[in-house]
Design a protein around this ligand. Structure first.
Ligand SMILES: NC(=O)c1ccc[n+]([C@@H]2O[C@H](COP(=O)([O-])OP(=O)(O)OC[C@H]3O[C@@H](n4cnc5c(N)ncnc54)[C@H](OP(=O)(O)O)[C@@H]3O)[C@@H](O)[C@H]2O)c1
Length: 220
């Protein structure tokens, strides 16, 4: 049994991660801003008040976790603010950087001291942030926030290699959640199962790569 800490665990992909990990007997710390009836029903530990956009998120985590170690961190919380077609929305871009890019960095700052050899960091990013995939326009803030997250994650993978802490950059697929308004070609349960499989197989040889939940390696 390992201790997994997930952000954004109250709904969507994060909720499914919590469900499946708890069901297979892992110790799950389901972090969220506010819980949901669905998350409460899972039966895992829920850590409320974890807003990754808040500079004090580290203090909130310290208070909730005490001296507990963590084996796997899944930085899943994220937002999508679609550009409305009236130009690039600068305020929305700033907001998405706060949550999607700086949020995971705050999480790393807070949790690194709790990670030992063999620990894993999974960053739920998006193909929308892939430059190599040939972006087709729109959603500037979302795309850029995920591209920048990818850089941070790969940078960390190199830095953490000597400590034998491994990093995965993950794309869950096009998933039917609130973020997509229910559109998509995969359910959150299947996406979560794939993400867990990718984290289970994460090791030194795979650290620092960008992978789809289905196992395909993706272009940066
Ligand atoms: N769905 C897709 O097709 C898709 C594709 C590629 C990547 N992704 C990525 O997958 C991840 C999960 O997305 P999803 O589809 O499950 O979206 P979702 O259903 O909209 O869930 C987003 C989660 O993030 C949380 N969150 C938002 N802002 C937060 C903040 N400041 N602090 C802490 N938690 C915050 C939400 O909590 P609240 O309820 O408190 O808002 C919610 O738990 C995101 O990083 C997203 O970018 C999704």
């Amino acid at each position: 049994m390992a201790t997994w800490l997930l952000t954004g665990a109250n709904r969507g992909i994060g909720l499914e991660l919590a469900r499946q990990l708890h069901a297979r007997g892992e110790s799950v710390l389901a972090a969220c801003r506010s819980s949901s009836t669905e998350l409460d029903a899972v039966g895992c530990r829920v850590v409320e008040g974890i807003d990754v956009a808040d500079d004090r998120v580290g203090e909130a985590l310290d208070e909730a976790l005490g001296d507990e170690q963590v084996d796997v961190v899944v930085s899943n919380a994220g937002i999508l603010r679609r550009d409305a077609g009236t130009g690039i929305d600068i305020d929305a871009a700033r907001e998405q950087f706060e949550v999607n890019t700086l949020g995971p960095l705050r999480l790393v700052n807070a949790l690194l001291p709790r990670l030992g050899r063999g620990a894993k960091l999974g960053f739920v990013s998006s193909m929308a942030g892939s430059i190599g995939d040939g972006p087709s326009g729109g959603n500037y803030g979302y795309r850029m926030s995920k591209t920048a997250l990818n850089m941070a994650a790969v940078n960390l993978a190199g830095e953490l290699e000597p400590r034998e802490i491994y990093v995965a950059v993950l794309h869950p697929g096009f998933v039917r959640t609130e973020m997509t308004g229910g559109s998509g070609n995969v359910d959150a349960a299947d996406a979560a199962a794939g993400l867990i499989a990718r984290l289970d197989e994460l090791d030194a040889s795979r650290s620092g790569s960008f992978v789809h939940a289905d196992g395909r390696e993706l272009p940066w």
